[in-house]
Ligand binder design. Structure first.
Ligand code: MOS
Length: 720
């Protein structure tokens, strides 16, 4: 069912399964990650993090540590190089960590207060652990909940519009036959990719050269240039292999600290974060508390739609988890309101984490839709069919393509939805209660300006240069397939170079925009090259190169609602005596434009769905109110799904041509996680008759809910 529109062409590489071109290097260990690249004279930096959650640094007692074996320097706010603190980076305002070593304030537990640099990593670590830092601690506040009086509505940014409003909400709610009004909560969650953040920085012939693990080396290079007041051309960032990122790998303290230290020492400096440090330094998903109010006619048609999403941010940067954006795409109503509210706490700054906004937002919204279906007595899929909008509910713009209902149709057929008895608590198998649930998914299909170069080599091969980032997704391989089709040659004649800021600016691997953005630039350059190659003409030794830049074409795009869509299905088994929830089946069907490489695309979808399962049942970072830090900040304490938790997961897609679109690719990185937690929660309701509006659905919560349900049933029997 793979679609081949847009960039796909005669040779058919796009749409055919292809293993990763760098796969052999990765499994044999030949692929080097950023913490492994050797350098002569390499030194090692170890970050020291604050032990108080708020206050001032009184002293950093570097003297004794400098006398320890191998120690070269201790950088801190008292001696670190000055950096520019009021530049506007990609986030449209100073990056969350521009204050690194610039002042004595401690804004949260785990803020970097020093970097110890030594000849070996072990010496640096030992000295870092011995370093005494004195603080003047102040009372801190890390308690997040929706009822805080200091919550405020953030300013609109290019990334997130804070509020949208149309119609008279209260009036429409008042005249609705059926109303759902509920609060849903999701906890603090962490991405923590397997490869820790790591950077090696050095000065090389007057240029700053950084080997890093990130989602966009043009991005990191540009931020470093601005921070250190350097000409953009004198910064080079490379990021050849990346072991996972999920939104966490942009500019972080490790690169900045490494650049400061190499500037002071004039030797290469490597800074690698530890797993525990990652819990406070790389961002995470804010907890959310979301109130949803839906008012509908008896047949389920929505009259009133209200989604108010609370999240937190730090005292150093405003980040908004955009959970309320879904309704602006998914469901129309006579009165429609979406709102974000945030509260500033003494915690690390949250950031993008896979499907930022949509992941927690879909738990709330798609759970509420299920509650509405129950109250109206109609099938959850029929409810979504009834409320399928013609145009963008808030924008009024046409959809570039919207094949959500095709996803539900195909998913329902394959899942066996037609046989489902809608009544909860009826299916039993031994000690297990069984249930099924569904939810919709969507994620924007964005695009960003990119440049590319394609060279016809004298030996008949082609070299593609595009500053893409392959964060484990298979992006490099996708670009081989896209280029092969555009050049009308076999993929074996194409090599792709990525992840080097010297290749020229390109979009980051973020927000599911990478493949769409890079494929566009590569296709344009390849087509231009084909026109310049004369049939039978020779190619000079230096090759023939064509270049592209999509900035103009992107600026000329007509305004449309551009999104991927999907339908998630889950079957669960619940033991109400132990509280155990087992997911037995997951099925996701997506409409996501052209699928470039079915092999890696399926992995992306299944990876996202697995994370959705983990979000539904396991993941939750516990912040200790007393210390302001985490309890169990490691991969043992932060519980997530393991192999034994994950059942058969199927992911597939339907035809999703995008008429008139210059690329036809929509992007698939995020949508796999969207809606999965709701589908599972809805299935738990179907199994037990109990709604879980708080994630994760832990055994103790299942037990407590079952006890309450039992008490209510007994109480009811007595009074009858
Ligand atoms: Mo994605 S959360 O933008 O890496």
């Amino acid at each position: 069912m793979t679609t081949t529109t847009g960039v796909a062409a005669a040779t058919g590489a796009v749409g055919s399964a292809h293993t990763r071109v760098e796969g052999r290097d990765k499994v044999t260990g030949a692929a080097r990650y950023s913490g492994e690249v050797p350098f002569a004279g390499l030194t090692h930096g170890w970050l020291v993090l604050s032990t108080v959650a708020r206050g001032r640094i009184l002293s950093v007692e570097a003297g004794p540590v400098l006398a320890m074996p191998g120690v070269l320097t201790v950088l801190h706010h008292g001696n670190a190089p000055h950096v520019e603190t009021d530049y506007l980076g990609m986030l449209g305002r100073p990056n969350p960590i521009v204050g690194l070593f610039q002042h004595d304030r401690v804004p949260f537990a785990g803020w970097p207060v020093a970097l110890v640099v030594a000849e070996t990593s072990e010496q640096a670590r030992e000295a870092a652990e011995a370093l005494v830092v004195q603080y003047d601690g102040e009372p801190h506040d890390v308690a997040f909940h929706s009822g805080r009086s200091d919550a405020y509505t953030p300013q609109d940014t290019p990334m997130v519009r804070a509020e949208t409003e149309k119609g008279n909400l209260e009036a429409q709610l008042g005249s609705s036959a059926v109303v759902v009004d509920a609060e849903y909560t999701t906890p603090e969650e962490h991405h923590n990719p397997l490869e820790p953040h790591a950077a090696t920085a050095r000065w090389d012939g007057g240029r700053l050269d950084v080997i890093d693990s990130n989602q966009g080396s043009s991005w990191v290079a540009s931020e470093l240039a601005q921070l250190f007041s350097l000409a953009p051309a004198s910064v080079r960032v490379r990021s050849e292999h990346v072991g996972g990122a999920f939104g966490s790998k942009g500019l972080s303290p490790h690169q900045v600290a490494a650049v400061m230290a190499t500037t002071v020492l004039r030797r290469p400096v490597r800074v690698v974060l530890t797993r525990r440090q990652m819990f406070s330094l790389i961002g995470y998903r804010s907890p959310t508390a979301q109130r949803i109010r839906l008012g509908a006619d008896a047949d389920g048609r929505l009259r009133a739609f209200d989604h108010q999403a609370h999240s937190l941010t730090s005292s150093v940067h405003e980040f908004v988890e955009s959970s309320a954006v879904l309704g602006r795409v998914m469901y129309d109503a006579d009165a429609h309101h979406t709102l974000h509210r945030i509260v500033r706490l003494d915690v690390p700054t949250p950031t993008w984490m896979r499907a930022p906004g949509e992941a927690p937002g879909s738990f709330a919204l798609e759970s509420a839709l299920d509650e509405l279906a129950e109250k109206c007595g109609i099938d959850p899929i029929a409810l979504r069919v009834r409320n399928e909008p013609e145009t963008g509910p808030v924008s009024g713009l046409p959809f570039s393509s919207r094949n959500l209902l095709a996803c539900f149709e195909e998913g329902a057929r394959r899942f066996g939805w037609a046989d489902r008895d809608p009544r909860p608590g009826l299916r039993r198998e031994g000690r297990w209660l069984l249930g099924t649930g569904t939810a919709a998914a969507t994620y924007p299909s964005g695009v960003g300006p990119s440049t590319a170069a394609v060279t016809a080599e004298a030996d008949g091969t082609f070299t593609v240069r595009i500053n893409a980032a392959d964060i484990g997704t298979g992006a490099r391989t996708a670009m081989v397939l896209v280029a092969a089709d555009a050049l009308e040659v076999g993929p074996d004649r194409v090599r792709v170079r990525i992840a080097d800021s010297d290749l020229g600016p390109a979009m980051i691997a973020g927000g599911s925009t990478g493949t769409r953005s890079w494929a566009w630039a590569v296709t344009l350059a390849a087509k231009e090259l084909r026109e310049r190659l004369s049939p039978g003409g020779g190619i000079p030794p230096e090759g023939i190169t064509a270049r592209s830049n999509t900035a103009g074409a992107i600026g000329a795009l007509t305004e449309q609602e551009r999104h991927s869509f999907g339908a998630q299905f889950a079957e669960v088994a619940v033991d109400v005596d132990t509280g155990e929830v087992r997911v037995r089946r997951l099925l996701g069907i997506y409409a996501a434009g052209t699928i470039v490489n079915p092999l890696t695309a399926r992995s992306q979808f299944i990876g996202g769905m697995t994370w959705g399962l983990s979000m539904a049942l396991h993941e939750e970072a516990i912040r200790d109110l007393a210390s302001g830090g985490h309890v169990g900040a490691d991969l043992a304490g932060y519980h997530f799904a393991s192999n034994a938790d994950v059942p058969l997961i199927e992911a597939d897609w339907v035809e999703d041509p995008v008429p008139g679109d210059p690329v036809g690719i929509k992007g698939i990185g995020e949508i796999g996680i969207v809606g999965v937690a709701a589908a599972i929660a809805n299935a738990v309701w179907h199994a037990t008759g109990v709604r879980h509006r708080e994630l994760p659905i832990r055994p103790d919560r299942v037990l407590r809910a079952a006890d309450e349900a039992r008490r209510r049933a007994t109480g009811g029997a007595r009074s009858a």
